[in-house]
Design a protein around this ligand. Structure first.
Ligand SMILES: [Ca+2]
Length: 166
């Protein structure tokens, strides 16, 4: 194949694989920190809607290893929000925490002190929380899924089906 054509196609593929301008790239995923406050269910729906704009399947963030946790904690530390929903929840079976992205049980966690505690039997959604007075420095807490909070979406980095803004 013509060398220039190969280079051109490579450049196009690279451009399409980028994360949108207001998203953050980490390993194989793009992450988005909201500014709006939503319930867990609305946050999930909004992630999905935003992802469709880029032709990708987006969902609430799957924080499945220490590296991802550290990366997201750093992003959160540059905001003024005290809590971001991630995708972990035990809505189906109390005490069985799963990722909304896959339905698979969580294998990594970063729960803060005494968490998850399912306070008043009403806490089924995981939040990356900054409340150092309570010992939470970007640790996870379980909170009522009806709380209105900021949230973190994720979508694949390498899906090249869509136009990318930015
Ligand atoms: Ca809790």
């Amino acid at each position: 194949m013509n060398t220039l054509l190969v280079i051109a196609l490579s450049l196009i593929a690279a451009a399409l694989a980028r994360c949108p301008a207001d998203w953050d790239h980490y390993n194989d995923r793009c992450f988005f920190l909201s500014r709006d406050n939503e319930t867990f269910a609305d946050a999930l729906s909004l992630c999905e809607v935003i992802g469709k704009q880029y032709g990708r399947v987006a969902t609430l963030a799957t924080v499945d290893d220490a590296g991802t946790q550290k990366h997201l904690a750093n992003l959160v530390s540059h905001t003024s929000s005290l809590g971001f929903y991630i995708g972990a929840n035990d809505l189906v079976h109390e005490g069985t925490w799963v990722w909304v992205s896959s339905g698979h049980a969580i294998t990594y966690n970063n729960w803060g002190p005494t968490q998850p505690n399912n306070r008043d039997g009403a806490e089924h959604c995981a939040v990356i929380t900054y409340a150092p007075q309570d010992g939470f420095v970007y640790h996870w807490t379980d909170e009522p899924c009806t709380n209105q909070l900021t949230y973190i979406c994720e979508m694949p980095f390498d899906n090249v089906n869509a136009p990318v803004v930015g």
